[in-house]
Design a protein around this ligand. Structure first.
Ligand code: GDP
Ligand code: IMO
Ligand code: MG
Length: 428
C-alpha cells in the first residue's frame, strides 16, 4: 500500500479523529503534516473512553502504529509534553511517537502575539484559537523560525531567540503596550522542556520514505479543513497552513505520487468556529437544534460552533482542490427527526445563480444559498451498520450528497463510536 491523505472537507471538526481511529488497525504510520495545537481531534474507543488530541496524531491510540509529527507542523513544546503526560496517565503507550527535526517550535512569544493581535483587531479579528499558530508560521516563512533540531545546539537556539526577541519585544512593548520577554528565560525554558522530547527527534522524512519502500501504509492526518486553507480557504478567515491534500506531501516529506487515496471527511451538515463568511449558517431554532443534537462545542477552545445546512458548493470545491477519491460522511445520525432536510445546491450571488465557489472574497460574502429540500426520517439510525439498514429517506439523502459532491461516499458515521460506522467501500 501507499499513502492516504485524510482531510477535512469543510471548516474543520468534521470527525477526522474518528476516521483516523477507524482506519488505525490497517496502518503502520499516522503522520500530522500541518497545523499545531489549534486542532482538537476526538477519538472514542470501543470501550467508550474518549480522548481529545491536539498535537499528537490520532494513531497513538492504536497499539503498534508509528506516529509522526511531521516537518510541516508547528509544535508548542509545553503542549506536547502535557499531551504526552495526559496520554501516559491513561496508560496509552507513547513510545512510538517521533518528532521531525525540521518542524518549527512554537515559542511563548508566538502565543503572546497571537492573543494581542486578535484583541487589537477588535471587530475585524479572525477568531483564532489563540495558540500562536499564525505568528509561528509567519516566522517560518520569514526564515527566522526556531526548528525542533535547534534544541540540540544551545548556541544556535540562543542566537535565534535573541534575534527574534529583539523584534518581537519591540512589537509587544511599543505597539501593544505589553511586557517583553527575557531571551535567557525563553532559552532556558525551551531547553528544559527539550529534555522531555529530545529522544523523539528524528529524520522523519527518511523514515517515512523507507517505510513506503517496504510497502507499509501511511495515513497523513490533516487538521483543520479545506475552507481554512491559507490558499484555498475563505481568506483571510483561515489558518496559516495548507490542510488541503497538496500540503500533505510537503508537510511530511514524501512525493505526491506516493498518495493513492484522498479521503475527505464531510459532516452531514456544516459547522464553523471563529469569524468569517458561512452562507448556510442558521440563526434560528434549527441552528440551535443542530448545535445541541450534534454537541457542537469546540474541542480546543470550548467555543460554540456556528451551524448550518449542508453546502454542496463547498463539497464540490473540496472534491476538486483536494482530488478527493472517497468521502467519509459523518454525523448523519444528528439529522434524524427532521421533517425535511435542506441541502444548499448552488448560490445566488448578486442576482445570478452560481454552481461553483465564487472567484472573489466579495462574491463569497454575498453568496445566498439556493436550497433543495429532501424528505427527512424519524428513525434512530445509530444502530445501523449497513447502507440497507438506513431508512430509505436517509439513503436518498446520502446518495444526493454523493451526486452533488462528485465523489463516492465510502463510509457513513452514525455515532461517535468506532463501530458506529457504515462501510460501503473499504478505504485501506
Ligand atoms: P475533528 O477535529 O475533525 O477530529 O472533529 P472533532 O473531534 O473536533 O469534532 C467531531 C465531533 O463529532 C466529536 O465529538 C466526535 O466524537 C463526533 N463524531 C464523529 N463522527 C460522528 C458521527 O458520525 N456521529 C456523531 N453523533 N458524532 C460523531
Ligand atoms: P480541527 O483539526 C475548526 C479556526 C479558528 C479560526 C481560524 C484560525 O480540530 O478540525 P488559528 O488558531 O488556526 O490561527 O485560527 O481557524 N480553526 C479551526 N476550526 N477546527 C480546527 O481544527 C481549527 N483550527 C483552527 O477557529 O477561525
Ligand atoms: Mg476538531
Amino acid at each position: 500500500m501507499a499513502a492516504i491523505v485524510l482531510i477535512g472537507a469543510q471548516w474543520g471538526d468534521e470527525g477526522k479523529g474518528k476516521a483516523t481511529d477507524l482506519l488505525g488497525e490497517k496502518l503502520q504510520w499516522v503522520v500530522r503534516y500541518q497545523g499545531g495545537n489549534n486542532a482538537g481531534h476526538t477519538v472514542v474507543l470501543p470501550n467508550g473512553e474518549t480522548f481529545a488530541l491536539h498535537l499528537i496524531p490520532s494513531g497513538i491510540l492504536t497499539p503498534g502504529v508509528n506516529n509522526v509529527i511531521g516537518n510541516g507542523v508547528v509544535v508548542d513544546p509545553s503542549v506536547l509534553l502535557a499531551e504526552l503526560k495526559g496520554l501516559e496517565d491513561r496508560d496509552v503507550d507513547t513510545s512510538r511517537l517521533l518528532l521531525s527535526a525540521d518542524a518549527h517550535l512554537l515559542m511563548p512569544y508566538h502565543v503572546a502575539i497571537d492573543k494581542v493581535t486578535e484583541r487589537f483587531l477588535g471587530n475585524s479579528k479572525i477568531g483564532t484559537t489563540g495558540r500562536g499558530i499564525g505568528p509561528c508560521y509567519q516566522d517560518k516563512i520569514a526564515r527566522v523560525g526556531v526548528r525542533v533540531a535547534d534544541v540540540l545546539d544551545e548556541k544556535i537556539l540562543t542566537q535565534k531567540v535573541e534575534a527574534a526577541l529583539e523584534v518581537k519585544n519591540q512589537i509587544l512593548t511599543k505597539i501593544y503596550n505589553r511586557k517583553g520577554l527575557d531571551p535567557n528565560e525563553v532559552v532556558d525554558g525551551t531547553l528544559e522542556l527539550a529534555e522531555g522530547f529530545k529522544h523523539r527527534i528524528s529524520d522523519t522524512r527518511l523514515l517515512l520514505n523507507q517505510a513506503l519502500e517496504r510497502g507499509e501504509t501511511i495515513l497523513l492526518e490533516g487538521s483543520q479543513g479545506t475552507l481554512l486553507d491559507v490558499d484555498h480557504g475563505t481568506y483571510p478567515y483561515v489558518t496559516s497552513s495548507n490542510p488541503t491534500a497538496g500540503g500533505a506531501a510537503v508537510g511530511a516529506g514524501i512525493g505526491p505520487g506516493r498518495i493513492d487515496t484522498v479521503l475527505g471527511i464531510l459532516k452531514a451538515y456544516t459547522t464553523r468556529v471563529g469569524e468569517g463568511p458561512f452562507p448556510t449558517e442558521l440563526f434560528d431554532e434549527w441552528g440551535a437544534y443542530l448545535a445541541k443534537t450534534g454537541g457542537e462545542v469546540g474541542v480546543t477552545t470550548g467555543r460554540a460552533r456556528r451551524t448550518g445546512w449542508f453546502d454542496a458548493v463547498i463539497a464540490r470545491y473540496a472534491t476538486r482542490v483536494n482530488g478527493i477519491t472517497d468521502y467519509f460522511l459523518t454525523k448523519l445520525d444528528v439529522l434524524s427527526s427532521l421533517e425535511t432536510v435542506p441541502i444548499c445546491v448552488a448560490y445566488e450571488v448578486d442576482g445570478e445563480r452560481v454552481d461553483d465557489m465564487p472567484m472573489t472574497q466579495t462574491g463569497f460574502h454575498h453568496a445566498k444559498p439556493i436550497y433543495e429540500e429532501m424528505p427527512g426520517w424519524w428513525e434512530d439510525i445509530s444502530g445501523c451498520r449497513t447502507f440497507e439498514d438506513l431508512p430509505k429517506n436517509a439513503q436518498d439523502y446520502v446518495l444526493r450528497l454523493e451526486e452533488l459532491s462528485g465523489a463516492h461516499i465510502s463510509c457513513i458515521g452514525v455515532g461517535p463510536g468506532r463501530d458506529q460506522t457504515i462501510v460501503r467501500r473499504e478505504i485501506v
